[in-house]
Design a protein around this ligand. Structure first.
Ligand code: FE
Length: 174
């Protein structure tokens, strides 16, 4: 094998690495070294996802789209409960970590379980390197994480409503 071909394969392996560093502004969240093998994967083809999801959900979750700001159903939701992955049902974010960022999308300062989230470097914008947030179980695109959030993490998980399914906490009054 030529040196050129070896260099090519090394480059492919480097580019295909799917975990990226989470912005660490507080010291509370460190580099994610999460492996896919740590989570029970939920795998479907695009054809199968299209039968389950609406066209808008498919565009966002399976094709890394973004809903328009202030159009999703959860950015202004203040009810108590759990936000599940709208593709596979994994528990992703608790309302306990949701806060008003006024960016137009549901915002959380941390995931419910760190193992529920996967991170990937996103170079799709020309002048801004972002960190994409995905469901670790089914690889659904959720949104991005930024380092301008509140304490205790200093992080803002900016998530599409279409990627979430909210389950309200059961009332104890019944
Ligand atoms: Fe999922």
């Amino acid at each position: 094998m030529s040196k050129l071909r070896i260099a090519f394969f090394v480059a492919v392996i480097a580019v295909s690495s799917c975990n990226a560093e989470v912005p660490d502004t507080s010291g509370n969240v460190s580099v994610q070294q999460q492996q896919d093998s740590a989570v029970d994967k939920f795998v479907k083809s695009d054809e199968e996802w299209m039968k389950i999801l609406t066209p808008e959900e498919f565009r966002i979750m399976r094709k890394k789209g973004t809903e328009r700001a202030y159009t999703g159903k959860y950015w202004n939701n203040h009810d108590s409960g759990m936000y599940l992955c709208n593709s596979c049902g994994a528990e992703l974010f608790s309302s306990d970590t949701k806060y008003d960022s006024f960016c137009g999308w549901p915002s959380f300062f941390g995931p419910h379980f760190k193992e529920a989230i996967k991170y990937q470097k996103d170079l799709s914008l020309p002048f801004e390197e972002r960190t994409e947030v995905l469901c670790a179980r089914c690889d659904a695109h959720l949104g991005h994480v930024f380092n301008d959030g509140p304490e205790p993490t200093g992080l803002r998980y900016c998530i599409n409503s279409a990627s979430l399914k909210f389950i309200a906490a059961q009332s104890s009054s019944k």
